[in-house]
Design a binder for this molecule. Structure first.
Ligand SMILES: [Zn+2]
Length: 180
């Protein structure tokens, strides 16, 4: 199972389904549970779904720790970024975390700032790729574009005559949010 083939919600739940939803598969170890079967977990019988949820907690320490245990080659996270994320997960304050990691509070803040920047970049990349790879979105776009091909891609300079279309600018509606 390739992580890039999973949806964000499957990654967030730690499992995916197969065989038309009849089976749940752990994304961290590949263990599977049949939806309609009962399993013994924590000393009693539970459904396949519940067994999977408990498996992820009991075997992988929960989804967050499962994700943290992914190889750096896969997650792209440095050792320090992982330490910072774990600190955030455990709701530790910056001072505490700085002392533990042997860095200054300002450096902890910088790491957190960079993590938020990566989040923004990751979201934009995901949204872009959906426009390219999601068949439903692509065919919906093609339906809407039909017959209007000339106006689909106006030159960038024509999009907003009054101000350059760069940086953080989305529609004015979104200016109430700080896009950072
Ligand atoms: Zn597992």
């Amino acid at each position: 199972m390739e992580i890039k083939e999973l949806t964000l919600s499957e990654l967030m739940e730690g499992y995916t389904s197969a065989d038309n939803g009849e089976k749940y598969i752990c994304v961290f170890c590949g263990k599977s549970f049949e939806k309609e079967m009962m399993y013994q977990s924590r000393g009693r019988y539970v459904t396949g779904k519940r067994a999977m949820e408990e498996h992820i907690i009991d075997e992988h320490g929960g989804v967050f720790r499962g994700l943290m245990s992914l190889d750096k080659q896969v997650s792209g996270l440095s050792e320090m970024q992982r330490e910072i994320l774990c600190g955030m997960y455990e709701e530790r304050d910056n001072k505490d975390l700085a002392e533990d990691l042997g860095i200054t509070v300002a450096t902890v803040r910088t790491h957190k700032f960079n993590i938020q920047r990566m989040k923004r970049e990751a979201k934009i990349l995901l949204a872009c790729l959906e426009q390219i790879e999601n068949d439903e979105i692509v065919s919906q776009r093609k339906r809407l574009e039909e017959g209007t091909l000339k106006s689909v891609f106006p030159p960038m300079r024509d999009m907003d005559e009054t101000k350059p279309n760069i940086g953080n600018s989305l529609h004015p509606f979104f200016t109430q949010f700080t896009l950072k």
